[in-house]
Design a binder for this molecule. Structure first.
Ligand SMILES: NC(=O)c1ccc[n+]([C@@H]2O[C@H](COP(=O)([O-])OP(=O)(O)OC[C@H]3O[C@@H](n4cnc5c(N)ncnc54)[C@H](OP(=O)(O)O)[C@@H]3O)[C@@H](O)[C@H]2O)c1
Length: 376
């Protein structure tokens, strides 16, 4: 069928459905991408599916499997939010499954840069005589799978910075108190985020000030927490105390220390308690960040959340590695010239050098507000 404004409109409508389905896999499928699939016949959806769990069936297989008779797929159009795979990984190739099912037309939002796919799935469909269209809702698909795409393209995980501040931009009082800036419902949302990421990073200042656990404690059903995040602490001179809550729980919830270049006997003792030590080989803060991210990417991590404090966040900004910010604003004013702000470090002197982000959503949790930004 030749492409016309009418078919483009129809294609976008069904691709939006596929993208909505894909989103349901968030937190459950990584390091795989989120993928959704809708099968359409005579202008109406006849089946749908999405990749639900890492290692589980892909979206196309879920959709084909939901048909009451496999013959129903013959002659239909498949809308898939990412190029179908063409290799046997944890599951058989989806391109072959679509060909065998007799699909007549395949519309995909974007090709998959994963090295063993990278256009191969589309080629296989075309070679089998299937009409293929690429690029419908490409921007939306790129946004949805931005963390997956960053890891495949750069080897580094997607980095989410999260902080809670007052209306006047303070993360603690001049006296150092920081609990609590936001209310229970905003804090619960932070636990939801923690349950979706692969790692949560903090600096030694926060370890010493707060002695945190950094685990996801979501109100309601714990089975709704898709994954257990590894805790990551950046250390150069100081190391977590043996009786800190992070170290005490290292055998139940993984704890990684990213250390600078100095040899330190403290790390040997920490390793015997189950702590994993990554040697960054440098004391340069942004380089430490970059090397740590490279190593976390190698370990299969897709999303890392940085929860502070100001010095560590400054290093992540200086390394140009903040992809998204979740800024929670509590309805309080602290004032005080010595009360800290979310991002410390040396800062910049010229406005033109500022890191620029784009607001993408605003939501409200009782009296608190969250603004989500993305790298511009
Ligand atoms: N409101 C919020 O959302 C929030 C969140 C987190 C923290 N906080 C508050 O922030 C305060 C702590 O902030 P902070 O800025 O002092 O501490 P921080 O950023 O947590 O830790 C900074 C320390 O981490 C170590 N470090 C190792 N590698 C680093 C690297 N590559 N980049 C930066 N630091 C590195 C350094 O200590 P060594 O060189 O000594 O090892 C550095 O002094 C506390 O009061 C805490 O309660 C508030």
């Amino acid at each position: 069928m030749p492409s016309s404004p009418e078919t483009e409109n129809v294609d976008e409508r069904f691709m939006c459905m596929a993208l909505e389905l894909a989103r349901r896999g968030e937190g459950w499928v990584e390091p795989n991408p989120m993928v959704g699939c809708v099968l359409v016949r005579d202008g109406a959806p006849i089946a749908e599916g999405y990749h639900r769990r890492f290692g589980g069936p892909h979206a196309e297989i879920e959709a084909l499997g939901s048909l009451s008779s496999p013959a129903d797929a013959r002659g239909s159009t498949a809308y898939v939010s990412l190029e179908p795979c063409c290799h046997t990984g944890k599951t058989p190739p989806c391109s072959r499954a679509l060909i065998d099912a007799g699909i007549a037309r395949v519309v995909v939002a974007m090709s998959d840069p994963f090295p063993t796919v990278d256009g191969g799935g589309l080629r296989e469909l075309r070679d089998a005589g299937i009409e293929t269209i690429v690029g419908v809702c490409r921007n939306e698909a790129e946004q949805l799978n931005a963390p997956y795409l960053k890891r495949v393209r750069t080897g580094r995980p997607w980095v989410i910075a999260k902080w809670a501040m007052t209306i006047d931009g303070r993360i603690a009082t001049a006296g150092g108190e920081s609990q609590w800036i936001t209310g229970e419902s905003a804090r619960n949302q932070v636990h939801v985020l923690r349950g979706r990421v692969d790692a949560i990073a903090i600096g030694m200042g926060t370890v010493e000030a707060d002695d945190p656990m950094l685990t996801a404690r979501v109100a309601g059903n714990p089975s709704e927490i898709p994954r257990i995040a590894t805790r990551v602490v950046f250390c150069r001179e100081r190391f977590p105390a043996l009786d800190s809550r992070l170290v005490q729980s290292a055998r139940e919830v993984p704890l990684i220390l990213v250390r600078g270049s100095a040899e330190n006997s403290a790390t040997k003792k920490l390793e015997t308690l189950g702590v994993i030590v990554i040697d960054s080989g440098t004391d340069d803060p942004p380089v430490m960040v970059d090397r740590a991210l490279e190593e976390l990417g190698r370990r299969g991590m897709t999303n890392v959340m940085v929860e502070g404090g100001g010095e560590l966040l400054a290093s992540f900004f200086a390394a140009d590695q903040i992809d998204q910010c979740h800024v929670f604003i509590g309805p309080q004013v602290f004032g005080g010239r010595n009360a800290p702000a979310p991002v410390a470090g040396d800062g910049i002197t010229r406005i033109t050098d500022a890191w620029r982000l784009k607001p993408v959503s605003v939501d409200r949790f009782d009296d608190d507000v969250r603004i989500v930004y993305r790298k511009a």
